[in-house]
Write a protein that binds this ligand. Structure first.
Ligand SMILES: NC(=O)c1ccc[n+]([C@@H]2O[C@H](COP(=O)([O-])OP(=O)(O)OC[C@H]3O[C@@H](n4cnc5c(N)ncnc54)[C@H](O)[C@@H]3O)[C@@H](O)[C@H]2O)c1
Length: 437
C-alpha cells in the first residue's frame, strides 16, 4: 500500500520504518523541513535502539523517504497516519493544535484528486477526537463526501527504548474504524499480524490507549506508595513484589519501586484524561492519586539527602541518569528534573551525567554536566541514581567509596547492589529497601 505518515517524532519514524520494512511504500512528512532532510540523509534525530538501522534499510530499499511534498504525497496515498504530538497545556488538558493542523493539511490535500483515502489517527487523543474533530475537519477542508474518505483510530503502544521491537512484534493491534473503507484497509495492512487484533469503534480505541496508560501509571504509583510503607516498617519491598507478582492477576511487571514515572506519555495522558473527566464533573480520584504520588515520590530522595547532609547549600550532588528511563534520550517529564529543581532551590551544586540525554536535559534544567559518572562523583557529597542505565549499575563500589567526598548513595531505581556498596563502606539508601536507617 502507499502510506503517508504525518510527524517524524518517535511514533512517526518507527511507524514509517516498520511499514516500509513490511514492503509498503512510505512517505514521512513533517512541518519541520530539517527533520525531513535529516531522515533522507539517513540521520536519526532521536536515540532509539535499532531505529537508525531500520531507517537506513528503508531508505536503501527505496520503500521509505522523507518528503516535503505534503499535498501530492497524501493525494496519491491509500492511507495517512497522523502521528503528531499531543502535548499537555499548562492546565493539564490536551493540546490538539498539531492534530488540528494535520487534519487541515490532509483535507487541503484531498481537495484535489478523487482517489479513496483513509485517515488513521495514531496520536494519543481523547475519546471522540477522531469522530468530532479529525473527521469533520478533513471533510470540510476537502469538500469530499463521506464515502470517499475513511477514518479510523489505531492507537500506538510502543515503549521508548524498545520501540522498534514493540512495533515489529506488537502485543496487540486495536483498529477503531469509523466505516467499512477504513476497516477493510486496516485489516489488509495488518493481515500478517501474529498478535490479537481488536476491532472496535474509534472512541473505544481512543479509550483503550488512555485506560492502558492510566492503569500502568496507577500501578507505578501504587507500587511506590506501598514501597514507602515497607521501608518505614523494615520490610524489603522487592520480596513483597516477588510475592505479589506470583499472582497472575497482578503479574510481576511494573512492580518495581522507584522515583516515579516520567516520559512523554504517562504523565501527559493521565493529566489529559483527568482534566477532561473533571471538566465534565466525572469522578477522578484514582487519576488524582496517581499524579499526587508521582509528584511527591522523587522528592523523597531530596528529603533523604537533607536527612543525611543537613543543609544542602553548596553541597555537591551527583545525579546519575537524566533520561526518564534507560535506552532513550527523552527527558520529557523526567523525574530527574523534579529532583534537580528541588536541589537547585536548596542552593545545592548539582552535577549530572547521562549516556544519551545530557544535552536534552540542560535545555530543561540548568545543571552542570559531567562527561562521565566518575567525573560526576568526584568530590560529591551525595549521589542520586535517577535512571537505571546498565553502566551505572556496573560501576564498581570502589568508584563511589573512593571518589566521593562523602560516599552517600541514594538509589531512586533500586538498581545498585546494596550489599556490595555497603561492604565497600558506602552509605546506601534505596526506595522500599526495609532497614534503610
Ligand atoms: N513517544 C512515545 O513513546 C509514544 C508512544 C505511544 C503513543 N505516543 C503518542 O504518539 C503521538 C506522537 O508522539 P511522539 O513522541 O512521536 O511526538 P514528537 O513530539 O516526538 O513528534 C511529533 C512530530 O510531529 C510533527 N508535526 C507537528 N505538526 C505537524 C503537522 N501538522 N504535520 C506534520 N508533522 C507535524 C512535529 O514537528 C514532530 O516532529 C503523541 O500523541 C503521543 O502521545 C507516543
Amino acid at each position: 500500500m502507499r502510506i503517508t505518515v504525518m510527524g517524524t517524532g518517535y511514533v512517526g519514524l518507527v511507524t514509517g520504518a516498520t511499514f516500509a520494512a513490511a514492503g509498503h511504500d512510505v512517505a514521512c512528512l513533517d512541518i519541520l523541513p530539517e527533520r525531513v532532510a535529516a531522515l533522507n540523509a539517513g540521520e536519526c534525530p532521536i536515540f532509539e535502539p535499532g531505529l537508525p538501522e531500520l531507517l537506513k534499510a528503508g531508505l536503501a530499499s527505496e520503500k521509505l523517504r522523507g518528503s516535503g511534498e505534503m499535498a501530492s504525497e497524501i493525494t496519491e496515498a491509500d492511507l495517512t497516519f497522523i502521528c503528531v504530538g499531543t502535548p499537555s497545556r499548562n492546565d493539564g488538558s490536551i493540546d490538539l493544535a498539531q492534530v488540528e493542523s494535520a487534519a487541515a493539511a490532509i483535507g487541503d490535500a484531498l481537495a484535489s484528486g478523487e482517489r479513496k483515502h483513509v485517515v488513521v489517527v495514531k496520536s494519543t487523543v481523547l475519546p471522540r477526537t477522531t469522530e468530532d474533530l479529525v473527521l469533520p475537519r478533513v471533510l470540510e477542508r476537502s469538500g469530499r463526501d463521506r464515502a470517499s474518505v475513511g477514518f479510523a483510530m489505531n492507537p500506538e503502544f510502543l515503549r521508548e527504548g524498545s520501540a522498534v521491537a514493540d512495533a515489529l512484534q506488537p502485543d496487540r493491534i486495536v483498529i477503531g474504524a469509523a466505516d467499512g473503507l477504513a476497516r477493510a484497509r486496516l485489516r489488509l495492512l495488518y493481515a500478517g499480524a501474529e498478535c490479537p487484533v481488536l476491532e472496535c469503534d474509534p472512541r473505544t480505541a481512543e479509550m483503550v490507549k488512555y485506560a492502558s496508560n492510566a492503569f500502568l501509571a496507577a500501578k507505578v504509583s501504587y507500587t511506590n506508595e506501598v514501597a514507602n510503607l515497607c521501608e518505614a516498617w523494615g520490610i524489603d519491598f522487592a520480596t513483597v513484589a516477588e510475592g505479589m507478582g506470583l499472582d497472575d492477576r497482578i503479574s510481576p511487571r511494573f512492580l518495581r519501586a522507584g522515583a516515579g514515572f516520567g516520559g512523554s506519555c504517562f504523565p501527559k495522558d493521565v493529566k489529559a484524561l483527568r482534566t477532561a473527566a473533571a471538566a465534565e464533573k466525572l469522578p477522578v480520584a484514582m487519576l488524582d492519586a496517581t499524579l499526587v504520588v508521582n509528584e511527591s515520590q522523587p522528592l523523597l530522595l531530596v528529603a533523604w539527602a537533607r536527612d543525611a547532609l543537613g543543609s544542602l547549600k553548596g553541597k555537591r550532588i551527583a545525579l546519575l541518569g537524566l533520561a526518564f528511563k534507560p535506552d532513550t534520550d527523552d527527558v520529557r517529564e523526567a523525574r530527574a528534573a523534579v529532583v534537580a529543581r528541588a536541589l537547585l532551590d536548596a542552593d545545592a551544586s548539582v552535577v549530572g551525567c547521562d549516556p544519551q540525554a545530557a544535552a536534552n536535559f540542560t535545555a530543561l534544567c540548568d545543571i552542570k554536566i559531567a562527561a562521565s559518572a566518575e567525573a560526576a562523583l568526584d568530590g560529591a557529597d551525595c549521589a542520586i541514581l535517577m535512571t537505571e542505565w546498565p553502566e551505572y549499575a556496573a560501576l564498581p563500589p570502589a568508584v563511589f567509596a573512593e571518589r566521593m567526598a562523602r560516599p552517600l548513595v541514594l538509589d531512586g531505581r533500586r538498581a545498585l547492589d546494596a550489599k556490595a556498596l555497603r561492604n565497600a563502606g558506602v552509605e546506601y539508601r534505596a526506595i522500599g529497601l526495609g532497614g534503610n536507617k
